[in-house]
Design a protein around this ligand. Structure first.
Ligand code: GDP
Length: 596
């Protein structure tokens, strides 16, 4: 038995992306549900990880929007796991496995972080897409027209409801344009190559679902026919969606086949942790048809599957296979050649690593690649990037890092093994876990920023701060031992326990140590520019070394002046910077290289 023999034209593969809760799953369910109830015998075929909707069924659902005579592509294959996570997993030679994508955007919510992330991935992989502006039925005053084309439904709406919806739709169009995509309602788009079509839909009522299918079908037929022309009986090529233990079959691979065919007894080469696996297909499994769901067995064995299709492969030695890796049928080619092909494709995904950097773990090659791209953009180096759960040896790698900000592991959509978590704890390795890439990276960046802030303030704490201050007239409270006088801070920060100096020309003469600072009768640690405080100075006597009206300085050791000028200039307040440059200017009149 063969599924989906495409007669030389294969089914386009469709992925659904979008922000959480915007309705990806509901939309897929609606498409599947509509297909089931459309009445066509065998209307949809459940694949492993995907659902095939044949042209006849699409035309049934879409009514006058799809005339089957206009098409020769066999239908659409929807990937069942929505989200850009599975989308980036599903890569093929040099790009995305999905030929076309539906970006779901909640009309009420508009663009959200994962919408933007999805757009980035679509841009990067140059995948054509349309936007499903979902949940139109939530528009106040909406009059639902179940399962009708959207323009027909709009005619049944009040002017007010239509206007409210239009405003939201134009916001989405605006957001697309902010992201460099020119977009419009799909019925106004002439050229879908340069413009994104927006399809208003409701996954709840089915309104607009006919349009969505019609646009997907039309786009594929018009722009992808060439790519869809394949030898559906040639040696197959596919991508591992999941590596899964299956009772009675051992480790199996859920694969989406995008080229050629695969048969029982075919030799296949599969991308793996180390060298590619070469093995022989024992069984090809498809889900049991709906009618036979009551039988004991979940799977049905088939002899051959043609692209595009989702299939489970049972074969020996699959334990080390990687999700996201390529699968190739050898058949009449040389095994060595196919192994080389798989190697090259894996190398393409391989992440550039650096001498020093963070450890990254991800669930699939595709997601690893996506994270690596995002990290590169954020200029965060990677020391090790691997598919798999966080294990103790990852902690070992992180703990040999060159600096604290690299003593971390970024874990995307994987588990942390209990041993590893314990060790991370013991060795002070920070674990960042998330299943949204930008959030993962954000969390890490925030951690680095916070850490650097702390380090800087620790350095600043140890360093003398530039300060210029003046002894006020009529504010001498004590002549000496220690002298107690009122001062005004002119610029910079005055701190306790600071040697104080008075310039004689350009030479700072130390006059003693500023011991304590009091502001309004209270002891304080520092006083900022503009403040008037009283200070005690050990050493001088008022009337001899110092006098009312004198300008004094916090004495700056040369080394501190140098660090301040060269490293911390941006981190100190402007008035402190001013005090610093005045101080440096005086010193450099005597020694041009002072503090350099
Ligand atoms: P996903 O996270 O993108 O897969 O979103 P779901 O499909 O799980 O939908 C999230 C929530 O929105 C669920 O409660 C759905 O019932 C609801 N929902 C999805 N689509 C629609 C829609 O078109 N109209 C309404 N009213 N609710 C919807």
């Amino acid at each position: 038995t063969t599924t989906d023999a495409g007669g030389g034209l294969r089914t386009p593969i469709v992925a659904v992306l979008g922000h959480v809760d915007h309705g990806k799953t509901s939309l897929l369910d609606k498409v599947r549900g509509s297909a089931v109830t459309s009445g066509e015998a065998g209307a949809i075929t459940q694949h492993i990880g995907a659902t095939a909707v044949p042209l006849a069924t699409i035309s049934d659902i879409a009514g006058r929007l799809v005339d089957p005579d206009d098409f020769d592509l066999p239908g659409l294959l929807f990937i069942d796991t929505p989200g850009h996570h599975s989308f980036s997993t599903l890569r093929s030679r040099g790009g995305a496995l999905a030929d076309i994508a539906v970006l779901v955007v909640d009309v009420n919510d508009g663009f959200q972080p994962q919408t933007l992330e999805a757009i980035d991935i679509l841009k990067r992989t140059q995948t054509p897409f349309i936007v499903a502006a979902n949940k139109v039925d939530t528009t106040p005053g909406w009059n639902p027209q179940p399962d009708t084309p959207i323009q027909q439904s709009l005619e049944a709406q009040s002017d007010r409801a239509e206007q409210t919806l239009n405003e939201k739709l134009y916001e989405i169009i605006g957001e697309l344009s902010d992201n460099d995509f020119s977009a419009d309602m799909y019925w106004r788009v002439q050229n879908f190559r340069g413009n994104i079509g927006v399809v208003p839909v409701s996954a709840e009522t089915g309104e607009g679902v006919p349009d969505l299918l019609a646009v997907l079908m039309g786009l594929s037929q018009r722009y992808m026919k060439e790519e869809m022309s394949i030898d559906t009986t040639g040696p197959g090529a596919g991508t591992v969606l999941e590596v899964k233990e299956e009772r009675g079959f051992g480790t199996t691979l859920d694969v989406v086949l995008y080229d050629g065919s695969i048969r029982t007894d075919d030799t296949v080469v599969v991308g793996a942790k180390n060298d590619p696996i070469v093995t022989e297909v024992r069984a090809l499994l498809q889900p049991q048809p709906l009618a036979e769901i009551r039988t004991e067995k979940r799977f049905e064995k088939v002899d051959e599957v043609s692209a595009a299709a989702g299939v489970k492969i049972a074969a020996p030695d699959l334990d080390d296979a990687l999700a996201g890796a390529p699968v190739r049928v050898v058949r009449d080619r040389s095994e060595a050649e196919v192994i080389e092909e798989v190697r090259e494709e894996l190398a393409e995904i391989e992440v550039d690593t650096a001498e020093n950097g963070v450890v990254v773990k991800a669930d699939t090659l595709g997601s690893l690649e996506a994270i690596a791209n995002a990290l590169e953009e954020a200029e965060i180096p990677i020391v090790r990037a691997e598919v798999g759960d966080v294990a103790p040896r990852d902690i070992a790698v992180a703990s040999t890092a060159d600096e604290t900000k690299h003593e971390v592991i970024l874990a995307f959509n994987v588990d942390v093994l209990p041993d590893a978590r314990r060790e991370a704890n013991d060795r002070n390795i920070r674990l960042f876990e998330d299943d949204v890439i930008y959030q993962l990276i954000n969390e890490y960046e925030e951690f680095v920023e916070e850490m650097e802030r702390e380090q800087q303030s620790a350095v600043l704490d140890k360093i003398r701060r530039p300060c210029r201050f003046r002894i006020l007239e009529d504010h001498v409270f004590r002549q000496s031992s220690p002298a107690v006088v009122g001062v005004e801070v002119l610029s910079g920060t005055l701190r306790r326990n600071t040697p104080a100096a008075k310039f004689q020309g350009n030479d700072p003469n130390r006059i003693g140590t500023l011991k304590a600072i009091q502001s309004q009768g209270e002891d304080v640690d520092e006083a900022r520019a503009g403040e008037r405080v009283s200070v005690s100075i050990d050493g001088p006597t008022v009337g001899r070394q110092i006098d009312e009206g004198d300008e004094l300085w916090a004495e700056l050791p040369e080394k501190h002046a140098k660090i301040l000028e060269q490293e911390l200039k941006e981190d100190i307040p402007a008035d402190e910077r001013e005090a610093l440059s005045m101080y440096l200017e005086k010193r450099r009149k005597v020694d041009p290289f002072w503090g350099k």
